[in-house]
Write a protein that binds this ligand. Structure first.
Ligand code: JFZ
Length: 451
């Protein structure tokens, strides 16, 4: 027998225990069904979706974390549903706006961390039908509009809940919220979530996927990296349940870790895959091989924020979309509708502008994957079959050297007007001549043809 030092033994035991926990949290031996694989292909090609954060928090115009950020007690927060009356809510208009922007799917919050269900649920009265003067199931209305208009619908579903008594042990957030009881039964909470997920995947027709969030609330933060999970999220039951109810529904989980078994796509919050500019995002070593989706805000807020005027320009939004595509990723771009049900005009206008761009240039985005030219500060490349598109986003000199392309080029043209691009194959790469008057302020797209 080999004799290990005690500390080494301990570390090995911990590693084994962690590995076991990890396996428990997944769907072991998961083989995606044919429907699921087909859905993944659709998802990869779709490239652009609309994220919607809407809840009773929208009334306060201070983002979806307002309950936590303002330390609003459970008792006081429970007054909000009584004010929620979105008389101008027109789901058909939302769906048309998304389609006009070039988006192929919508992901909407069915229940956020505040624990309020934006759909008619039988396992709680804390929902839109039972507690608001509006009294209608806004998700059902949206699902119907999506199905009519041929746009896919995902449900965001928070694992974390700042109000539910059985969300216990409490996580890292919401500690200042008064009125949360000091006991609770975790297993009952899991049962509650199973019921709700069953409702969401039964009562709303075809659902393209479930976007889970809040895992990280139960993970220790070691100052620079994620540590142990203090609860069992029972993904080994949640994931098969979702896949059983709708085999084509794609599961994504915003845990910022390497994908768990049973998940169908990997999401990146406000970051391109492999980049971790937020510091608490996904490490580059944790980027897997599932389809990618990156989510981003138009201003700096997910839920409606009255004071957040840091709206990104249409140019910036297009760059986000193009860069995502150049990283093999979808962009899920967010709006936070106002309490009356309208989307703020600044965001409606920007999305219309992105849509105009997509109508002209969509074929260089949809159905593409990352091209042969690695992403650079000046731009990215996309590819569809043998068509390669170079997206020059930020370059102001007449010569651009493409080091990733050494040979095989037969012609190069500007995508916008089909006009030829002067080029030379050099020992250092493909040298393009880009006259100033041919450059597009937003994105100069160059199509490269190969032998
Ligand atoms: C999460 C939500 O908390 C947020 O409200 C929004 O829905 C966004 C899309 O997703 O954002 C996070 C996720 C993880 C951390 C912080 C915010 N984290 O790890 O600290």
């Amino acid at each position: 027998m080999i004799h290990y030092k005690r500390s080494v033994m301990n570390r090995m035991l911990i590693a084994i225990a962690l590995f076991a926990t990890f396996c428990l949290q997944a769907q072991p031996g998961y083989q995606p069904s044919a429907e699921n694989q087909e859905a993944r292909e659709w998802f990869r090609d779709a490239r652009f979706g609309l994220f919607i954060h809407w809840g009773v928090y929208s009334i306060l115009g201070d983002g979806e974390w307002v309950m936590n950020n303002q330390n609003i007690s459970v008792q006081n927060y429970e007054k909000l549903p009584g004010f929620f009356n979105p008389v101008a809510y027109d789901p058909e208009m939302w769906v048309k706006m998304a389609k006009d922007a070039g988006m192929k799917y919508i992901t909407i919050t069915s229940r956020h961390h505040d624990g309020f269900s934006m759909f008619d649920s039988d396992v709680t009265e804390y929902d839109i039908v039972d507690r608001t003067p509006y009294g209608k199931d806004v998700l059902k209305m949206l699902a119907d509009a999506c199905h009519r208009e041929g746009i896919k619908l995902f449900f965001y579903y928070s694992l974390l809940d700042w109000r539910h008594p059985d969300y216990f042990p409490r996580g890292r957030t919401g500690k200042g919220i008064k009125g949360r009881p000091a006991t609770g039964n975790w297993d009952d909470y899991i049962v509650f979530m199973k019921y709700q997920l069953t409702e969401l995947l039964t009562n709303y027709g075809d659902i393209a996927g479930i976007w889970l969030d809040g895992h990280w609330d139960q993970v220790k933060w070691d100052g620079d990296k994620w540590g142990d999970v203090q609860v069992d999220w029972q993904y080994d039951e949640l994931y098969p349940l979702i896949h059983q109810l709708q085999p084509g529904a794609l599961i994504g989980n915003n845990h910022h870790l390497r994908p768990f078994e049973g998940e169908d796509f990997q999401m990146f919050e406000r970051d391109l895959p492999g980049e971790n500019t937020t510091g608490w995002g996904t490490a580059s070593s944790d980027v897997g091989d599932l389809p990618f989706e990156m989510c981003e805000t138009i201003n700096g807020s997910w839920g409606f924020s009255l004071q957040d005027d840091s709206h990104k320009s249409p140019k910036k939004l297009i760059h986000a979309l193009v860069r995502a595509a150049g990283h093999n990723s979808n962009l899920l771009l967010n709006v936070g509708p106002m309490p009356d049900g309208r989307i703020q005009p600044e965001h409606v206008e920007s999305l219309a502008e992105v849509g105009r761009w997509m109508r002209k240039n969509g074929e260089t985005i949809y159905g593409t994957h990352q091209g042969p030219v690695a992403p650079r500060d000046w731009g990215v490349s996309t590819q569809n079959g043998n068509r390669v598109f170079l997206h020059v986003l930020d370059w102001h000199e007449a010569g651009l050297l493409i080091q990733d392309i050494m040979e095989g080029v037969t012609s190069v043209r500007f995508f916008a007007d089909g006009g030829p691009v002067e080029y030379k194959q050099t020992k250092l790469g493909l040298l393009l001549t880009l006259p100033g008057d041919k450059m597009d302020e937003v994105d100069t797209i160059i199509e490269i043809f190969f032998k």
